[in-house]
Design a protein around this ligand. Sequence first.
Ligand code: ARG
Length: 501
Amino acid sequence: MWSGRFREPLDPAFESWQRSFPFDVRLLPQEVAASKAHARAIAAAGILSATELATMLDGLDRVIPFALEEASKSLGGDAAWGSSTASAVLAAAPAIVALHPEAEDIHHFVELMLTKIIGELALKLHTGRSRNEQIATDMRLFVRDAIDQTLRGLLSWRGALVDQARAAGETVMPSYTHLQRAEPVLVAHWLLAYVSMLERDFSRLEDCRARLNVCPLGSGAIAGATLALDRTIAAEALGFDVPTANSMDATSDRDFALDFTQALATLGLHISRFAEELTLHSTAEFGFLDLPERFSTGSSAMPQKKNPDLTELIRGKAGRLQGAAVTLATIVKGLPLAYNKDLQEGQEPVFDAADTISGILSVLPEFTRALHFRADAMQAAAEKGYLNAMAAATYLTHKGVPFRKAHEKIGQAVRLGLETGRELGELSLEELRSFGEEFGAGFFDAITLEATLDCHDVIGGTARGRVRDAIEDASRRIASDTASIASKKSAKLGLERNALV
Ligand code: ARG
């Protein structure tokens, strides 16, 4: 690919160590798509005739089937690869790599294959382009596809949470601050807290997608292509909005990968908090939750155990997502413009983050749907421990007592309750009046479980009517987000189906 100016062969250990083909092989669909787009651009610039272009496009279309066929033969001829192009390439990757020790990276590999398929004409493909812009393009295509997949997974998880919220009806649970019981809330309200987080994750990923959708092809090695290419041809062919604005930035920019991994790191935090809560809730100590058996495991030692492996593993994988974001940021930090080989090292964290989130979202929505809450235990926990004390103090404020005073009086009532083993509702009016004459018969109605919920009648509060509305709002946003991802241009390009260009 570049040996012309060299007199010495590469050190064999260095040669194999610096190769990226073992991991960038998975960019094969993206590299083929980007190569087809570039072929169209150089044909328009007069480098390829119409027949040459047709031959080249046809040859590029044959690269993946050719590589899969070759890989299959090397394994005895009957390997059945995945159903989509992307999954087939992933399954065949080790065999493809083993068959091509001569390929330095995915760019080199596609040229080698194309040369095998269409001969010398293949050598014209690299006219007016550089691997620096190619890898920047392939990675953008990869991340765009990974974002679309993640958005679909997030929608499915949001749907599961909202369905559970609807099914929970008026089931009540204690809420916690400092992991101490605070106030009663609807289970639906708690579930919708996660929906709010996921809506932010969704919009972060959509923002990232909108920003990344520009095409580096035509940027050359650093200073721009040396041919007068119409850069809009490749951009359009690949479903990008426009060509990138600056060739130095385009070839060295990895913000899109940083945005992606950082958005996944934050999503990972949310997933991990959910996982932690469910892990806690499923303990005998809480007893709020029956773990679905088909998503739990037993212990090989203790026959009675049902372990929350799914939530634990998810909590662990969230750590990996943090790691990917940090690795990538550390690689990019301090790199002089423009392309540096360090950037090659930034591919694997992106792949790992994409695979990790795809794995998590392959189980989390179904797991969420299978959750079975123990409404009785949750309600019992919400009814004990003076969780209505805020509502009680609020009752007094409606009687004109300043909140600080009301707080103190209810505090005294709680103290009496603690000393005599009773809840606020079990104290007599007479006893209560000893703390203030504002206590009236209406006090007991103001501190029932329902009244305690419904006094939080504000936007975003846990009053029953508010939560009913919030469920409908969340459903509507799922519907509009579903429509929004269906309209994305490249969703129709279907990289995974190799229908690009
Ligand atoms: N494999 C390389 C990477 O992933 C492709 C770009 C190589 N460019 C270069 N000038 N050596 O970064």
